[in-house]
Each structure stands twice: as structure tokens, then as C-alpha cells.
Design a protein around this ligand. Structure first.
Ligand SMILES: Nc1ncnc2c1ncn2[C@@H]1O[C@H](COP(=O)(O)OP(=O)(O)OP(=O)(O)O)[C@@H](O)[C@H]1O
Ligand SMILES: [Mg+2]
Length: 312
């Protein structure tokens, strides 16, 4: 079994008079894993990450990385930790190769040309290394941010919403990069609004809401534990059909005009199809899909996050 690398015990951060940004959370992260913290705006993700990065002091509780207390001895961790802050914008007036050199200087490291080149190649910016940073696209800026966070070859990498606001292609490029970083043995702490991202990348997930961890496990474990496994989707059937379906005692919801019927096993699926077979449905299509982490999230957090944020 891999070792516990990050250990968080009863951690809280309160802002007077009454904001409990982080409210007594406990979790552990094992070495070499991608751990994803999911949650809506204001859940307390960044606060948690920034405590672990030694940037904020907790009100109470304890957090250690490699058994080092992050509030007391952060200097001991500096060389082992990499950080990509939320909404990071690289230096507008530096080119990527200059930014990497400058950043290396902050770590008292010499960045030889070959080191700069290999770092930029790792994040897929080789061809853009001499372009002034303000002219980079959002995805390229994020890649440069990741290159900077990797300068000290960290053993733990904190990525606070690395893909927010990126187009699907840029997001997938970053997913690949994050997987490559993990493949080298780095432990990754990733916060995200994107449930598909956590499902794709994370070995362990913590769902956070209002300062508390409301669920914890692998994406599969969470889906099995909190979600029924399959949903029947009746596209375009609308509210009318929903009423008819519910009248037959079937649990269902409507989303964007589609009726969704959760099902736990094949026996229940047969029963449901029998019950709805008499209804005249104005459906464009009927199909089944596996529950996603998004469904679990909605069940747990109860409210939909900003439209368009949940799934791009
Ligand atoms: N310095 C501060 N003073 C007072 N309240 C704060 C402060 N920093 C954060 N908060 C509050 O703490 C809560 C958690 O904020 P945090 O930034 O950790 O959330 P988050 O999960 O990262 O959200 P997002 O997804 O929007 O980035 C919010 O209610 C926020 O307003
Ligand atoms: Mg945040």
C-alpha cells in the first residue's frame, strides 16, 4: 500500500463573524495518486489548498505533508511542493522561456537552456517558447503555469482549477499532461468544478460543500454508493410525460426537456419499461446511460452548479 503523504486532521478555517470556509475536515492522500477535491463555488477548496501550501493559517486542526507540519515548518517543504494557484496569469511581458528562467532563479536553481527546453516540451509549449506571454491563449498560459509549478521537480503538485475556462481540446491536453506528471510518480492534488475531469483523472475524490467533506472515495465507489447505476433518458418528452410517468409510481426528473428515470438493476428496468409502455411518449429517442459522478454530485450537493460549469 502506498504511504500517506498528506494527512489532514480536523482542519478548520473560520473568518469572523460567521464564515466557516473550512469546517473540521479530515482526509489523507496517498503517494503517487491523483486526489481531486470537487465542490461548488465557495465550498472551501482553495482555502484548503492554500492552508496546505503554507499560505493561510488554519483556525484549528492539523495538516502535514511528509510528516512536516505545514503551518510550522513550511520551509522544509518548499523544494518538494509545486503550486498552480487558481486563475494564475503568467508574467505578461516575459516569454515562456524567460519566465521559466526567472522562476528557476526564485528557487536558487540554474535553468540551463536544455532544462528550459525540456520543461517547455513537457507541457507542449516548445513552439511557443519565444512568444510574449500576453499573446498566449488561455490554455497555453495554463500550461506555462504548470511548467513553472514543475520547476523544482516537485513530489506533490497542487493544481487549483487548472482547466476552468478552457475549451474541450485544451482541457484534454491538460488532462494528458496531468496523467503524464502522475506517471512520473508525482502526487497531484487537483481541485475542479468539472465532474468528468475528476472521473477521468482522479484515483480518490472528496466532494466538498459549505466547508465540509460530504463524500469520499474513488469515482467508482461514489457512483456505486450514492448513485443508482443507470439512467433511462427519454429525450424531448417534457413535463407532460414526466407527470404520466410519475403517476405510474416511477421516480423521475426532467432536465432540459429530457425525462430521466434512475434504475438500480435490470429487473427494475424491465418493470419500468412495462409500466411506461402504455404512455404515448413524444420522445425523440430513448436510451440508457451510466450514472456519472455528476449525478452523484447533484444528489449530494443538491443544487446545480452554474450552468455550463458542470459539464462542458
Ligand atoms: N479572506 C477571506 N475572508 C472572508 N471570507 C473568505 C476569505 N477567503 C475566503 N472566504 C470565504 O470562504 C469560503 C470558501 O472560499 P474558497 O475560495 O475556499 O472556495 P472555493 O471552493 O475555492 O470556491 P471556487 O470554486 O469559487 O474557487 C467562501 O465563502 C469565501 O467567501
Ligand atoms: Mg477556489
Amino acid at each position: 500500500m502506498p504511504n500517506v503523504l498528506i494527512d489532514v486532521q480536523g482542519l478548520s478555517k473560520h473568518y469572523p463573524p460567521n464564515v466557516k470556509a473550512v469546517d473540521d475536515i479530515t482526509f489523507q492522500i496517498k503517494a503517487g495518486r491523483i486526489f481531486s477535491m470537487l465542490g461548488p463555488n465557495g465550498a472551501g477548496k482553495t482555502t484548503t489548498v492554500e492552508i496546505l501550501e503554507g499560505l493561510r493559517n488554519p483556525t484549528s486542526g492539523k495538516a502535514t505533508i511528509f510528516d512536516v507540519d505545514v503551518t510550522r515548518d513550511y520551509s522544509k517543504l518548499r523544494d518538494k511542493v509545486g503550486i498552480l494557484p487558481q486563475n494564475f496569469e503568467p508574467f505578461d511581458n516575459l516569454k515562456p522561456n524567460e519566465a521559466v528562467q526567472y522562476w528557476a532563479g526564485l528557487y536558487d536553481m540554474k535553468a540551463t537552456a536544455s532544462r528550459v527546453n525540456s520543461l517547455l516540451a513537457q507541457v507542449g509549449l516548445s513552439e511557443r517558447k519565444s512568444v510574449i506571454s500576453r499573446k498566449l491563449s488561455g490554455g497555453e498560459k495554463r500550461k506555462l503555469g504548470i511548467a513553472l509549478s514543475l520547476i523544482n521537480e516537485p513530489e506533490v503538485l497542487f493544481l487549483d482549477e487548472p482547466t476552468t475556462g478552457l475549451d474541450p481540446k485544451a482541457r484534454r491536453d491538460l488532462w494528458k499532461l496531468i496523467e503524464e506528471i502522475r506517471a512520473k510518480g508525482t502526487t497531484v492534488f487537483l481541485t475542479t468544478h468539472y465532474l468528468d475531469e475528476a472521473e477521468k483523472l482522479a484515483d480518490d475524490v472528496a466532494i466538498m460543500n459549505k466547508g465540509k467533506i460530504v463524500a469520499r472515495g474513488s469515482p467508482q465507489e461514489l457512483i456505486t454508493k450514492y448513485g443508482k447505476m443507470t439512467v433511462i433518458v427519454i429525450t424531448g418528452a417534457g413535463e407532460e410525460a414526466l407527470k404520466e410517468i410519475k403517476r405510474r409510481g416511477i421516480e423521475a426528473t426532467v432536465e432540459n426537456g429530457d425525462v430521466l428515470v434512475p434504475v438500480k438493476d435490470p429487473v427494475e428496468m424491465r418493470v419500468i419499461f412495462q409500466k411506461i409502455s402504455g404512455i404515448e411518449l413524444k420522445a425523440k429517442d430513448i436510451y440508457t446511460r451510466r450514472q456519472s459522478l455528476e449525478d452523484v454530485f447533484l444528489n449530494l450537493v443538491g443544487a446545480k452548479m452554474d450552468e455550463g460549469v458542470l459539464s462542458p
